[in-house]
Design a protein around this ligand. Structure first.
Ligand code: ZN
Ligand code: ZN
Length: 296
C-alpha cells in the first residue's frame, strides 16, 4: 500500500530521516508486476472495461477529492458526501486523504524550492515523478494531520486504515471478474492512475505554457490535463490554488470541474470556488522570501 500509516508525529519525524523506503519499493515493484498476471490467466473484455471506467472515476476522485476538496477546500459538501469523496479517493491507493492533503500543502508552500519534495528542477524528472515516494523524507512532511478534516472520526479512521478502500475494491473485482478483474481491472488501472497523478508533479512542473508568472516552475501541460481530466492546467492552479476550476480558458478542457458543476446542480456540492473574472488577467504574483526561488 502506498502511503503511510498514521503514527504520532514525533515518532515519525524522529524515525524516518531520508533513506530508502523499502516498503514502498516492494509495493510499487509488486504493483507494476500485477498486470503481468494476465499473461498467465488471460484477460477479458469485462476486465478492460472495468479498468477504463475505474481509471476515469478514480482520476476524478483524485482531482476533486484528494486535491480540490481535501487539500484546497475549493468547494463545500455534506458530511456523508465528504466520506464518499474520501473513500473514492483512497480506492486509488494513494494513502489517506489527510496524509495526501498534508503532503500536497507542503508542496504549495515550497513549490520548486530546494525543499520541495518533488521538484523536477532540483532532483530530476524521475525523482519528481516517483523517486520521492521511494524515500522516507516525505513521511515527515505529511505530518501533522491538522486542519478541520482531522476532527472527523471517520476520516481519522481512514487515515489509520488507508488500505481498506483499495483492498475492498480489488477483492470485489476479483470476486466479480476473476483473476483478470484483479490483474487488469484493479492492477492496470491503478498503475495508470498513479502515473497520471505523478505526471502532474513531474511533467506539469517542467513542460508546457506559463501564462502566469508564478514563483514556481508550474506549467499548463495539455497532455497531463487530458489524462487528469483537467488537473494538468497546473500553472493556472498554482496561480489560483483555491479554485476548483483549473482550465480557465474556453479551450482548456476541465472535465473534473464540469462534473463538479453537475454535482452542484444536484445539490451534492456547493460554494464551488472559481477565480474572479477580472483576476484572470493578473499575471504577476507577490513574491515571498519563502517562495523567492524561481527555476524557470
Ligand atoms: Zn505543483
Ligand atoms: Zn494543489
Amino acid at each position: 500500500m502506498l502511503g503511510e500509516e498514521a503514527m504520532p508525529a514525533g515518532e515519525r519525524s524522529s524515525a524516518t530521516g531520508d533513506r530508502l523506503y523499502l516498503r514502498n519499493v516492494i509495493y510499487f515493484g509488486a504493483l507494476h508486476a500485477l498486470p503481468l498476471g494476465a499473461l498467465i490467466t488471460g484477460a477479458s473484455r469485462g476486465a478492460f472495461v472495468a479498468a477504463a471506467v475505474l481509471y476515469v472515476v478514480r482520476i476524478w476522485f483524485v482531482t476533486c477529492g484528494y486535491h480540490s476538496y481535501f487539500s484546497h477546500r475549493a468547494f463545500k459538501t455534506s458530511r456523508w458526501f465528504q466520506l464518499v469523496l474520501a473513500i473514492g479517493a483512497q480506492t486509488s491507493s494513494q494513502g489517506s486523504v489527510l496524509g495526501w492533503a498534508a503532503t500536497h500543502r507542503y508542496h504549495h508552500v515550497h513549490a520548486d524550492a530546494p525543499s520541495d519534495l518533488h521538484s523536477p528542477h532540483h532532483r530530476g524528472l524521475w525523482y519528481a515523478h516517483i523517486g520521492w515516494l521511494l524515500r522516507t523524507e516525505y513521511l515527515a512532511r505529511s505530518q501533522p494531520r491538522t486542519g478541520p478534516f482531522a476532527a472527523f472520526p471517520e476520516l481519522v479512521w481512514l487515515d489509520r486504515h488507508p488500505y481498506v478502500p483499495p483492498v475492498c475494491l480489488a477483492t470485489a473485482l476479483a470476486l466479480g471478474l476473476g483473476w483478470p478483474g484483479l490483474f487488469i481491472g484493479y492492477g492496470l488501472s491503478t498503475l495508470a492512475v498513479y502515473h497520471a497523478t505523478f505526471a502532474v508533479n513531474s511533467l506539469a512542473h517542467r513542460f508546457g505554457a506559463r501564462p502566469y508568472a508564478t514563483p514556481d516552475g508550474s506549467r499548463n501541460n495539455w497532455l497531463v490535463a487530458l489524462i487528469m481530466l483537467g488537473g494538468g492546467w497546473h500553472n493556472n492552479h498554482h496561480r489560483f490554488p483555491r479554485s476548483a476550476r483549473h482550465g480557465l480558458r474556453w479551450w482548456e478542457l476541465d472535465v473534473s470541474y464540469g462534473v463538479l458543476v453537475v454535482l452542484g446542480w444536484l445539490a451534492l456540492v456547493s460554494e464551488i470556488r472559481v477565480p474572479r473574472p477580472e483576476s484572470l488577467s493578473e499575471h504577476a504574483v507577490r513574491r515571498t522570501p519563502e517562495r523567492s526561488h524561481r527555476p524557470c
